[in-house]
Design a protein around this ligand. Structure first.
Ligand SMILES: [Zn+2]
Length: 433
């Protein structure tokens, strides 16, 4: 199968290895890879042609922190403080959720992601097998991680969760579009010995770690009161950061915390909308970048956002740090695009797979329709990506060389069926009538 994308404006990596330049190229996709840029690759046979007129090609977006099943809770627990939101609303709802519910919730999330240009996501959840099924049928790329809570390795329930994570990973091992991580939920839900145990298991399995870290002021203050250290110091002492780690949120950060994350090469996933919505504040993203920390971007779950559009997230990331630091240069439009693409790829261990328009990488590509008023006049399309593009500008999406949406029509998922199932589950959960 070969896709010829003819004469299209592309967001290409700039020559200096930083930034981007907008250039017109023709792209050749052969099977699952970007096989040629302006040069027809050997053995190429065209089966599809995409005309680049009035279009912009960008690397597929990477949502580096999500809880996709939470689409089912969307708009049901809003305008609440973090603790009320989590402990009084979300956790009791999760107790009622089945694996089958998670399958439909994940598919609903994947519809929203594909339609808004996301080609890869990293998910934290309990029902990994069901989320994997949704990834498998939809054609999207994913890094899936089992959420783990517990005190220590003597706790049979804590051990059961790790065992289930391993069983689910085994079921989907070797899948072309899926990889896995272990996800100790947070410092406040995982004891020190349990974190040590998970760290050892991750090393044995050769998988990375996905953790929520220093998300709220209360988490930070409680840890200081009970352990006389910051949440970051607490986790660091267990050796967990010796694994490839992504840490979501990192809102409450000391200078020492940032030094630890830089030294241990922990990637930070910033979730600006979720942090604002739950009243948790602003992560010090410009400072973390100055420390040399790889910072990428995520939406968090739809119960705390409530959108899964990465353009919505990019727009907030580009703006809020300017406001919070009183510095209009705090984060630039090209930096935001990098956070939503190649920084995410390197955080998730997908740097040789996706994240850029480059020969040899998998063809994970998003085509935008730029024949619209908010792209006119076409003075600076990089700025447009951060400040004025919306998810509804996405026209066509390719993942692993397969067209998942063409001219706004989904090719792998029956949307109406998913909407029906999601509404039925919401009714059963008592969330809608
Ligand atoms: Zn989260």
């Amino acid at each position: 199968m070969g896709i010829y994308i003819k004469d299209i404006l592309c967001a290409m990596p700039a020559g200096d290895g930083k930034g981007y330049s907008i250039e017109t190229h023709s792209i050749y996709v052969n099977k699952d890879k970007i096989a040629g840029i302006d040069e027809i690759p050997v053995g190429f046979t065209m089966t599809n042609m995409i005309d680049g007129k009035n279009k912009l090609l960008i690397p597929g977006l990477i949502n580096s922190h999500a809880h996709n099943y939470m689409t089912l809770f969307r708009n049901s627990a809003d305008d609440l403080g973090f603790d009320d939101w989590l402990f009084k609303h979300i956790l009791p709802l999760e107790d009622k959720l089945t694996g089958e519910d998670s399958y439909w919730g994940s598919l609903l999330a994947i519809i929203e992601m594909i339609k808004s240009g996301t080609t890869s996501f990293c998910d934290m959840h309990i029902f990994i097998n069901e989320t994997s099924r949704a990834v498998d049928v939809s054609g999207i790329r994913a890094v899936l991680s089992r959420g783990l809570v517990g005190d220590d390795r003597k706790d049979p329930e804590a051990l059961r969760r790790v065992r289930e994570a391993k069983e689910d990973m085994e079921l989907w091992k070797g899948h072309e579009r899926m990889t896995f991580m272990l996800a100790p939920h947070a410092p406040y839900t995982c004891g020190e010995d349990y974190l040590r145990y998970i760290s050892e298991e991750a090393k044995t399995l050769g998988v990375g770690i996905n953790i929520h870290l220093s998300e709220s002021k209360k988490e930070f203050e409680d840890m200081m009161a009970s352990k006389k250290c910051t949440p970051t110091e607490y986790v660091n002492a267990t050796g967990l950061f010796d694994n490839r780690t992504i840490a979501a949120h990192c809102v409450q950060m000391t200078e020492n915390d940032m030094q630890i994350l830089a030294e241990k090469k922990v990637s930070v996933v910033s979730n600006p909308v979720s942090n604002m919505k739950l009243g948790n504040g602003f992560a010090p993203v410009p400072k973390m970048m100055n420390h040399g920390i790889n910072v990428c971007l995520g939406t968090d779950g739809p119960a705390s956002n409530n959108s899964l559009s990465m353009f919505h997230e990019m727009n907030h990331a580009a703006l809020i740090h300017k406001g919070a630091t009183l510095d209009a240069k705090a984060i630039t439009a090209p930096q935001v695009l990098a956070m939503a693409t190649k920084n995410g790829a390197s955080a998730l261990g997908l740097e040789n797979i996706t994240g850029e328009i480059k020969v040899g990488l998998r063809a994970d590509l998003t085509v935008l329709d730029i024949n619209k008023e908010h792209f006119m006049p076409r003075t600076n399309l990089l700025s447009a990506l951060a400040y004025s593009t919306t998810g509804s500008d996405v026209d066509t999406v390719i993942v692993d060389g397969n067209v998942l949406m063409y001219k706004k029509e989904l090719k792998t998922i029956d949307e109406e069926h998913v909407y029906y199932a999601a509404n039925k589950i919401a009714k059963r959960l008592g969330l809608s009538r």
